[in-house]
Ligand binder design. Structure first.
Ligand SMILES: *[C@@H]1O[C@H](CO)[C@@H](O)[C@H](O)[C@H]1NC(C)=O
Ligand SMILES: *[C@@H]1O[C@H](CO)[C@@H](O)[C@H](O)[C@H]1NC(C)=O
Ligand SMILES: *[C@@H]1O[C@H](CO)[C@@H](O)[C@H](O)[C@H]1NC(C)=O
Ligand SMILES: *[C@@H]1O[C@H](CO)[C@@H](O)[C@H](O)[C@H]1NC(C)=O
Ligand SMILES: *[C@@H]1O[C@H](CO)[C@@H](O)[C@H](O)[C@H]1NC(C)=O
Ligand SMILES: *[C@@H]1O[C@H](CO)[C@@H](O)[C@H](O)[C@H]1NC(C)=O
Ligand SMILES: *[C@@H]1O[C@H](CO)[C@@H](O)[C@H](O)[C@H]1NC(C)=O
Ligand SMILES: *[C@@H]1O[C@H](CO)[C@@H](O)[C@H](O)[C@H]1NC(C)=O
Length: 414
């Protein structure tokens, strides 16, 4: 039998329910037997120094294979050092990972020798996993950032990026709520090919000069809610690439960092389709971008039906930006005719201050201009006071209500 404490038998609970009619729902919800396992049950030390990887893997295997709903706890006030792991599902029952203490990565990138450099906590193929508990996942990215060519220009660029902290692939019904993710070597929380995902009540923090440390990153994922988070890192607070749809981003405090980004899309001539994204009620402070859509030339697909609403900017360098000429590589990107189409994008109730004179910057492709854009009740001024400007290239749409700086969108969508 697996170690751990079992919940009271269902029959006892049913008796209690009979006594307390008002609590029927609560008790019947708890009536299903559950099993609580802790890392310590599997021999973990939790001093931040010992190698607790095998204990974590064993605990996962037991919890994931449990016939009863399992809660796998990372005990509070302890730190468990975990080497790169691949955990997989599907599990027999819904699984909860209750992180109350800290999970910490090895500090040296050399520990990844002979392993996939892009993975640390990698979870594949789970259905119905929740992560919560108020604890911390610490990627200890300092040495990775120091070796990055983005920070140290003399350093050659690695062909493969550093590990993502918590990375899900092929998942369904996953929620990550109420934990801290910090100092990721690369992205902090990422989802690839996932559906029905929640990332709520998170604190995601890394230094402003840590490269590629996006807060929450989506790739080929749909039906996603990212809400009630504080994200302050060296890169995008939220980013999405590939084919993503039905994404809600709400109640986010973002900054410093690079803002909220759709893209980059179309890198290496890929076909990407991002559709039905709503971003609302976000406060961006000291970020290099506010709300951004970026795509590489030569890409294909579309960014379609996007709405950014109730956004407050404080000292943001490019508050509203659409860039179909994105080029994040050492050599200049040649102009190409293909482009990722940008259509039906609304910016509603966006106000605050821009760190640069140009608060609205829309640069679209000659062959595939941006269309059906809308600016509605926008008021962006320069941070020191004074009017900001807007620039548009190959972009059409309309301005509604008071729009400052004055809209530069061409009228009359084709
Ligand atoms: C820690 O344990 C894991 C799992 O057993 C192993 O893969 C890794 O190499 C260990 N690290 C060290 C430094 O021994
Ligand atoms: C998105 O995920 C796919 C695999 O599904 C991968 O091939 C692609 O490189 C990823 N894109 C980015 C920008 O990470
Ligand atoms: C994304 O969608 C496009 C168009 O629907 C499709 O051609 C492409 O293969 C999709 N990419 C992935 C990774 O599913
Ligand atoms: C992108 O294309 C370049 C050159 O064509 C190639 O070297 C590189 O591996 C590609 N990257 C990806 C992620 O496919
Ligand atoms: C924004 O940046 C300024 C200047 O570096 C700093 O004084 C201020 O505290 C920052 N605000 C936030 C919320 O980080
Ligand atoms: C605005 O941000 C810039 C960096 O982009 C910083 O130098 C400046 O101090 C900030 N100003 C305020 C008022 O926060
Ligand atoms: C690419 O096209 C844009 C828009 O026509 C133009 O401003 C830019 O100079 C061109 N760049 C190159 C490298 O040809
Ligand atoms: C725009 O914001 C400025 C600075 O906060 C304020 O003085 C001005 O009244 C606002 N304009 C509108 C139309 O709300």
């Amino acid at each position: 039998m697996v170690p751990g404490a079992r919940a009271p038998a269902a029959s006892v609970l049913r008796g209690l329910v009979a006594l307390a009619g008002a609590a029927v729902l609560w008790f019947s919800g708890a009536a299903e037997a559950r099993v609580l396992l802790t890392l310590d049950d599997f021999g973990a030390v939790g001093d931040g120094i010992a190698n607790d990887t095998q204990a974590f893997v064993d605990a996962w295997t037991a919890a994931c294979g449990s016939e009863e709903q399992a809660v796998l706890a990372v005990p509070v006030a302890k730190a468990y050092q975990i080497w790169p792991v691949q955990l997989s599902g599907p599990c027999k029952k819904k699984l909860k990972l209750l992180i109350a203490g800290t999970i910490v990565a090895p500090a040296s990138p050399d520990e990844w020798a002979g392993r996939d450099p892009m993975k640390w906590l990698y979870i594949y193929g789970v259905d119905g996993l929740s992560v919560s508990g108020g604890g911390t996942i610490d990627g200890v990215g300092q040495e990775w950032w120091a070796r990055s060519c983005k920070r140290k220009k003399t350093q050659p660029c690695n062909t493969r990026p550093p590990p993502r902290a918590l990375h899900f692939e092929e998942c369904r019904g996953v929620s990550v709520q109420g934990v801290t993710l910090q100092n990721g070597p690369q992205f902090h929380l990422s989802f690839t090919r996932c559906v029905d995902v929640k990332a709520n009540f998170l604190r995601v923090v890394a230094p402003v000069d840590s490269p590629n440390t996006d807060g929450v990153h989506l790739n080929d994922s749909s039906r996603v809610q990212i809400t009630d988070n504080l994200i302050s890192t060296g890169d995008d607070c939220v980013s999405m690439v590939g084919n993503c749809s039905d994404v809600r981003v709400r109640d986010i405090s973002c900054g410093p960092g690079h803002g909220i980004s759709i893209g980059s899309l179309g890198k290496n001539r890929t076909t990407d389709r991002v559709e039905n994204v709503r971003v609302d009620t976000c406060l961006l402070t000291n970020t290099t971008n506010g709300v951004r859509i970026k795509s590489w030339q030569g890409g294909m697909g579309s960014a379609l039906d996007l709405r950014f609403e109730s956004i407050v900017m404080k000292n943001v360098s490019n508050p509203i930006i659409i860039d179909q000429y994105y080029c994040d590589q050492p050599t200049p990107c040649a102009n190409q005719t293909e482009a990722v189409e940008v259509r039906k994008v609304e910016f509603v109730d966006v106000r605050g201050t821009s760190a640069t004179a140009q608060a609205i910057k829309i640069a679209c492709s000659d062959t595939l201009p941006c269309r059906v854009l809308e600016l509605r009740n926008v008021n962006l001024t320069m941070v020191g006071g004074g009017a900001a400007t807007a620039s548009c290239y190959r972009a059409s749409g309309k301005a509604v209500g008071a729009v400052a700086p004055a809209s530069c969108l061409a009228k009359g969508d084709p």
